[in-house]
Design a protein around this ligand. Structure first.
Ligand code: M6R
Length: 355
């Protein structure tokens, strides 16, 4: 049941602290700073000379994030929309690893990309939620994200858990000297998500902007997949026009869409390039667009913002998870105020089993 929540989506948003704890359980040891995913996964990822990620929808946003994370560990990595991977398979080497990220483990496009890789002799690893799913059975390796069942069509807790899971893979990849610090940052994350859930003003922000013409989301670096995810969640459950952009791309075209009735959600966590995003925010503000800053207390961006969705300061790799929780809640409340069918949006299915 919905345990007293009005929708499964809201319940699942609130289950995130627990889902993340389950994902970390017995895999990270705070005392030694070690991450242990078992020998099979450790060998597969440590032997990988390059990594190709395949996924769809929300899981693709986790894949984009993962690619950036793996590159930061010195491993060439790239994310592909699964259907495009099949249409135009990229070259691989003997030591390429293909990682499929799929909550259900049953998405036809993703399965077909994984099978395509296997046919070419490439090793595959599934990052999935569903035990015994097709992806879990067919891939050489599997890492479960352990979120528990997700009923709402909109992926919420599973995105957060995917991001944590790929951080565990990255920790195994890198011979990280900062592992200790990072492990405690990971262990702090569930509590920080809880803090966001307890203190959020997302409902008020949703109320303020529910009648907008469109919703735009911008971010750079690790915040870029969150901008895409914020927009996907918004269009999926509210049926409102929403787009996510790399912050730097806004001025290359989309800026023409920006008006006084198109709020721009600027995701600004961590440090990397954030002063540039602040510059992009200024451009938007000069076009009279309302700005909602989703930030860990950066006063430079807050100065240009009409509203702020605050998140606790975290490791730069984890702040985006917290920002995303705020955006999940904004979408939820916009959809609720528009009386949409939140758990079963029109035209969509929880798992898409056709290509
Ligand atoms: O089960 P999967 O993670 O493979 O599903 C992929 C997409 O269909 C899925 O993430 C979809 O985009 C969600 N409805 C987004 O909320």
């Amino acid at each position: 049941g919905k345990s007293g929540y009005e929708h499964f989506m809201l319940k699942e948003i609130h289950e995130q602290p627990q889902a993340l704890r389950q994902c970390l359980q017995e895999r990270v040891d705070e005392l030694s700073g070690r991450v242990d995913l078992g020998d099979d996964i450790a060998n597969a990822v440590r032997n990988a000379g390059s990594i190709q990620l395949v996924a769809c929808g929300t899981s693709y946003h986790a894949a984009l994030y993962a690619a950036e994370l793996f590159r930061s560990q010195g491993v060439p990595a790239q994310a592909f929309v699964a259907s495009e991977y099949v249409t135009s398979p990229p070259p691989h080497s003997e030591d390429t690893l293909v990682v499929g990220i799929t909550q259900s483990g049953e998405t036809a496009d993703t399965l077909s990309a994984l099978r395509d890789a296997q046919r070419r002799g490439v090793e595959t690893l599934a990052v999935t939620n569903v035990v015994g799913s097709t992806a879990a059975r067919e891939c050489e390796g599997v890492l479960y994200i352990r979120s528990g069942p997700e009923i709402g069509v909109a992926a919420t807790k599973t995105f957060s858990a995917q991001v944590v899971a790929v951080n565990l893979i990255a920790a195994v990849l890198g011979n990280g000297d900062t592992k200790h610090e990072f492990v405690s940052a990971l262990r702090d994350l569930p509590g920080q998500v809880q803090q966001v859930l307890d203190e959020t003003n997302a409902e008020a922000v949703a109320r303020q902007f529910v009648d907008s013409d469109a919703f735009f989301f911008i971010g750079r670096g690790y915040d870029y997949p969150v901008a895409l995810e914020g927009a996907l969640k918004m269009k999926e459950i509210s049926y409102e026009h929403a787009e996510g952009f790399a912050a730097g791309e806004l001025k290359h075209g989309p800026l023409a869409l920006v008006t006084g009735n198109t709020p721009v959600f600027a995701v600004v966590t961590g440090e990397t390039g954030s002063e540039k995003t602040v510059g992009n925010v200024k451009e938007v503000e000069a076009r009279n667009a309302p700005v909602v800053a989703v930030t860990d207390g950066r006063t430079d961006v807050e100065r240009y913002a009409d509203e702020v969705l605050e998140v606790p300061a975290a490791d730069p790799r984890l702040g985006p998870v917290l920002a995303n929780v705020q955006l999940q809640l904004v979408s939820y409340h916009v959809a609720k105020q528009l009386a949409r069918s939140i758990d079963k949006p029109r035209n969509l299915a929880k798992s898409v089993t056709v290509e």
